[in-house]
Design a protein around this ligand. Sequence first.
Ligand code: VGL
Ligand code: ZN
Length: 236
Amino acid sequence: MPLDLTYVEPSNSAILVIDVQNDFVSGSLAVRDAEQIIDTINALLTLPFALKVATQDYHPINHISFARNHTGKKEFEMITIFPPAELVAKRKPEDERPLEALEQVLWPVHCVQDTFGVAFVDGLKHEGLEVVRKGSDVGIECYSAFEDPWGLTNTGLKDKLRNKEISNVFVVGIAGDYCVKSTALDAKKHGFRTFVIRDAVKSVSDEGTEWTEMTKAGVEIIDKAEELLTSKIFSQ
Ligand code: VGL
Ligand code: ZN
């Protein structure tokens, strides 16, 4: 399908660069070929988006998602996690979102605050980007750059987008099947027209089910960054 950019303007568009951090490119949770998307992302960052955000997965060393913090569990095993009681207690009474238990993958230790692994990859042109950090609550996994799966904590990203009167969000980065997908699904849920640029994304798994899942939810997939880089609207 040709790229339809009706109503899209740089002035009402944001780019979200998800987790282009050392651990996801060359470190403890390296995603295969992730270094190949950095030049493409840098090219996209030259476009005149009204808001450019780079996110960081930003965990404390005792984070719930690390296999090492669960006795007898191995990396990539699943556990069941529950919404932390102290955060549930602080919830607004009118918030009726379900608080069901969730299945959680256990990861190698990655993106620990104040380590080399958490830093942006050297080649990423991240100067001047707004930084949004997620996953800093010990007891909560947070793949989405907006909020945790129960909506108990949020990163402030939605307000940042609203304050700049953004209606279109372009998502790129790592990992396509985790943080990119969750962020895109949340962006769509919050009412933004949401695009994911496929050749500026790398996933942990080769299965590719994230693309059908995102498409079903109404997220628009742009196959090649080139389509945007050469579009009249963005390249003028
Ligand atoms: C991510 C696994 C664990 C991601 C974060 O950025 O996609 N994946 N934490
Ligand atoms: Zn993580």
